[in-house]
Design a binder for this molecule. Structure first.
Ligand code: TTP
Ligand code: MG
Length: 406
């Protein structure tokens, strides 16, 4: 099903808050960041100031040289924090599927909301209107089938914009834009890409993956996906997915090691798939066992390097299981595996050894096939045993207590 993702970003945020408090500043070049005779940089510039070439990050002295008539304001963070909280509260009234990013931007997963608002476009209009009425601020909104395209669309629509990219048009929308418009491309990446004569997102999208990988390591793959408008990251409400776990209760308490391991392997694959779907890596792996007499234990292990592969989750879980079975002879009623201490994939990817890189590739390939043909389309050796025990369909085995704890 095509998703409807909205990205909402306030225009010239710090400056606009100052303009609401002091309407005399409206329609004028205004800079928040400090007095022009001080060291420091522009934090925010009004669109009138941007017409003179001013932008965030520019030294205040340069800003003053380009636009001496601008009003320079020190700014105070508590005002912006206050406005930010009110902004997020307005969005939360529209949808609980909200992922704030920083102070003045947020994603909303608006899939299915057309039935409430008539269309997603009308929902965006209503959001913009409320922000204007209640806060006096302008928001720009991008709507698309995924986060990256929605974000680029809101940025492109500024100021006071609303831009919808129809499903199927992602690539043609992104292609003509300069590479710097793609979120995640910083100055350094831009320099390298331009050195390779890759100047537009379209150029980037058709650059062979091997070329990108040779320059950017594993991040080359992410670049390639984003440039092609492929982005399956979910909208994650705050506090969501602090941990991911799967567990199941056996029909009959068991001491059968092969069954325990096979189940653990299956649960590890489900956790791993979920982790990769969220583009997260885990540092901590926890095994949970409940014995016949209902005593429940958890055993955790902290990885030296974060990981998102099924193999690492399973191997770690298996070691913990071995130890636990040595210590306790009772039959097992429930087994579970979880990951926590989640982080964004880091540059660490670049330093992975070749074997780890291969595992990453393998997991990604498996994810792709499963997405297309269902979870049980691929069975790893160990989980085959489960085929005779649990009913399966394309969504996987039907376990007793499938759970997704957050
Ligand atoms: P942005 O949303 O990047 O910028 P903006 O809201 O000022 O302008 P736009 O209309 O392009 O969205 O950042 C939000 C606020 O964060 C901005 O008002 C000030 C602050 N900020 C800094 O303090 N330093 C920076 O380098 C940037 C980019 C932003
Ligand atoms: Mg903004």
């Amino acid at each position: 099903m095509t998703r409807q993702i909205m990205h909402i970003d306030l225009d010239a945020f710090f400056v606009s808050v100052e303009q609401v408090l002091n309407p005399e500043l409206k329609g004028k070049p205004v800079v928040v960041g400090g007095r022009p005779d001080r060291r420091g940089v522009v934090a925010a510039a009004s669109y009138e100031a941007r017409a003179f070439g001013l932008h965030a990050g520019m030294p205040l002295s340069t800003a003053y040289r380009l636009c001496p008539q601008a009003t320079f304001i020190e700014g105070s963070f508590s005002k912006y924090r206050d406005a930010s909280q009110k902004f997020m509260a307005i969005l939360a009234d529209f949808s609980p599927f909200l992922e704030p990013v920083g102070l003045d931007e947020s994603y909303i997963d608006a899939t299915g909301f057309e039935s409430i608002y008539g269309s997603i476009h009308q929902m965006a209009v209503a959001i913009k209107q409320q922000i204007k009425d209640k806060l006096g601020l302008c928001a720009s909104v991008g709507i698309a089938s995924c986060k990256v395209v929605a974000k680029v669309a809101s940025e492109l629509s500024k100021p006071d914009g609303l831009l919808e990219v129809a499903a199927g048009e992602e690539l043609s929308f992104l292609a003509p834009l300069p590479i710097a418009k793609l979120p995640g491309i910083g100055k350094k990446t831009e320099r390298i890409l331009r050195g390779l004569s890759i100047n537009t997102i379209g150029n980037l999208s058709i650059t062979p993956l091997s070329v990108l990988k040779s320059h950017f390591g594993a991040s080359g793959e992410l670049l390639h996906r984003l440039a092609n408008g492929i982005d399956d990251r979910k909208v994650e409400p705050p506090g969501a997915a602090k941990s991911i776990s799967r567990e199941t209760t056996f029909g009959k308490d068991t001491k059968d090691r092969s069954l325990l391991k096979a189940t653990l392997r299956y649960l590890s694959e489900r956790v791993g798939a979920d982790l990769r779907q969220r583009s997260k890596q885990a540092r901590c792996i926890t095994l949970k066992l409940r014995y016949a007499d209902f005593t429940t234990i958890t055993r955790s292990h902290t990885l030296r390097l974060t990981s998102d592969t099924d193999q690492t989750i399973f191997d770690t879980g298996e070691k913990l299981l071995k130890k636990a079975l040595l210590a306790e002879k009772q039959a097992v009623r429930l087994i579970g595996i979880g990951v926590s201490n989640l982080t964004e994939p880091s540059k660490q990817l670049d330093m992975l050894e070749p074997s780890a890189q291969r595992l990453e590739q393998l997991n990604k390939a498996i994810d792709r096939i499963r997405k297309k043909y269902g979870f049980t389309a691929i069975q790893t050796g160990r989980t085959l045993l489960l085929k005779d025990i649990f009913p399966d369909d394309k969504d996987g085995y039907t376990l007793q207590t499938p759970s997704l704890s957050r």
